[in-house]
Ligand binder design. Structure first.
Ligand SMILES: Cc1cc2nc3c(=O)[nH]c(=O)nc-3n(C[C@H](O)[C@H](O)[C@H](O)COP(=O)(O)OP(=O)(O)OC[C@H]3O[C@@H](n4cnc5c(N)ncnc54)[C@H](O)[C@@H]3O)c2cc1C
Length: 471
């Protein structure tokens, strides 16, 4: 089949590689000029673009991405490691309070890939550039869909600022700001089913390079802590880089000062763990700011009927979730695999393809969207109470036989089995309910928490925080 992929970022390039290797002819159309730079550092230096500001934000790549990549694109996985991406075994993520560090069955599925996002895109871009069957056209903007009218319309290609392109299938990988709904309306399609849940945070982030010498922890450390007034995070990166972020409420105007590197650094220094890392690394970028972060889910089958045929979507064009949980790339890679499997199973039946892709979203995406929406609702209510004086949140409903992510995360600070459960949920292995409803794990987490909650992360008082923000 001739497949036109709209968008040449992580989802578009991954889909192009997997589909080309399944025998399809793929054209990728990307509006930005993302021609791969000479090396990873040049790629990082040129990564900031207004249309995709998340590319310079901290990223970590979790279990599902790693697992599917190794299975479907093993050379890209090897290329990531060759480019300086580090595979971090689970033991490197264990907090000091977790004293039982022995390896358990299943740990081999849970390593993280520690990297800057620009490095992932650079490796994918180079692989796509040399892949027979993939034609990447940078600097070409899609402005609409070409379709045969009908209910549903049959998509046959795209309009671009360089003319029309026709194909057997179109794959939408236009990301979190996807313009595709407008294009669907223009061809007479019913609107997709959109669900949205507040994630409510803004990201202030910066990249650093480690100096040679002793470090306060493992260079592949990823520590994200939900403090009373903001979330703070540190992520290892490729090639001795570290990535740091503050994620306050988007409505918390005090944090606008954190655009200034002095205030950003001063806030980090209010938390001992992060202060100790600042002493061993130097900034290599400015502070990047990103707001407008939401949990969103978009379904192309509504009331059991496809809204269009000949059109599929993968990546953020399907679902976005709270970035502090780092699941976007895993959802994207799972979606790429689902797309390839769907086309293999139903090569000549567009209707069956649409239904199969929607079933894959129902199985592999929607449960994680719902889980994130529930976790964020609790966290946001607590932040809004503390920061904005909103009414206190009600206690989370106790559901018999089930634990929440918050309970799991608390128990994971001290219990090795809860720790694995948390990383299975983080890495999207199976479904959330496989962990939250597992009777043995539920009993164990309750027992751990009944023995006393783990010590909270020491954090700044309000006055210390506000002094730092005025630095
Ligand atoms: C702050 C932040 C931090 C994150 N951290 C993590 C993390 O730690 N781990 C993780 O797994 N995920 C993380 N994510 C999520 C991850 O970045 C996304 O899931 C991922 O970028 C999705 O890739 P994509 O290719 O679907 O979309 P995008 O990367 O947004 O790419 C969409 C592409 O489509 C192109 N495009 C759009 N419109 C057109 C058009 N009309 N014509 C041609 N081209 C077009 C754009 O130029 C762009 O290149 C984070 C997200 C954010 C916002």
């Amino acid at each position: 089949m001739r497949v036109i992929v709209i968008g040449g970022s992580a989802a578009g390039l991954s889909a192009a590689l997997v589909l080309a290797r399944a025998g399809h002819e793929v054209i990728v159309v990307e509006r930005a000029d993302l021609t791969p730079a000479a090396d990873v550092e040049a790629a990082a230096g040129g990564a900031l673009r207004a249309t995709a500001p998340h590319i310079v934000a901290p990223h970590v790549v979790l279990a599902t991405f790693r697992e599917v990549l190794r299975e479907r694109l093993p050379d890209v996985y090897a290329g990531l490691l060759a480019a300086g991406v580090v595979e971090a075994p689970l033991v490197t993520q264990m907090p000091p309070s977790l004293t039982d560090r022995a390896t358990l069955v299943g740990d081999d599925r849970l390593p993280l890939l520690v990297t800057r996002r620009s490095t992932v895109d650079w490796v994918l871009g180079r692989a796509a550039a040399t892949e027979p069957g993939v034609d990447v056209r940078y600097g070409v903007q899609v402005s609409g869909l070409l379709a045969d009218p009908g209910d549903p319309p049959r998509v046959r290609g795209v309009r671009t600022d360089r003319g029309a392109l026709t194909g057997d299938l179109v794959v939408d990988t236009t990301g979190r700001r996807s313009p595709t709904d407008r294009w669907l309306t223009a061809i007479g399609a019913r609107p997709p089913r959109r669900t949205r849940a507040d994630c409510g945070v803004a990201y202030y982030s910066r990249q650093f390079r480690l100096r040679p010498g002793p470090l306060p922890g493992h260079p592949t450390t990823r520590v994200v802590a939900g403090l009373d007034e903001f979330t703070i995070g540190l992520w290892g990166g490729d090639n001795a880089t570290m990535q740091v972020a503050l994620a306050p409420l988007a409505a918390d105007r005090r944090f606008r000062a954190a655009r200034d590197p002095r205030a950003f650094t001063a806030v980090l220094r209010t938390v001992a763990l992060y202060a100790s890392w600042l002493d061993v690394m130097d900034p290599i970028t400015d502070v990047a700011v990103m707001g407008g972060l939401h949990n969103t889910l978009r379904r192309l089958v509504v009331d059991g009927r496809p809204i269009a045929t000949g059109l599929h979507a993968v990546g953020d064009a399907v679902c976005t979730t709270n970035p502090t949980f780092g699941r976007g790339m895993s959802m994207m890679m799972r979606g790429v695999a689902d797309l390839a499997d769907t086309l293999a199973a139903h090569p000549d039946d567009l209707h069956a393809q649409a239904l199969a892709m929607d079933r894959a979203v129902a199985d592999h995406v929607a449960p994680w969207y719902a889980d994130q929406a529930a976790t964020d609702a609790g966290r946001l209510a607590a932040l809004r109470h503390t920061v904005l004086g909103a009414p206190p949140p009600p206690p989370p409903p106790a559901i018999a036989g089930r634990i929440t992510f918050g309970q799991l995360r608390s128990a994971a600070q001290v219990d090795p089995v809860a720790f694995r459960g948390m990383w299975r949920v983080m890495g999207m292995l199976g479904r959330p309910s496989d962990v939250y409803d597992d009777p043995a794990l539920v009993a164990r987490v309750r027992e751990v928490l009944a023995a006393g909650p783990p010590a909270p992360v020491p954090q700044p008082t309000r006055s210390e925080l506000e002094t730092a923000l005025s630095a």
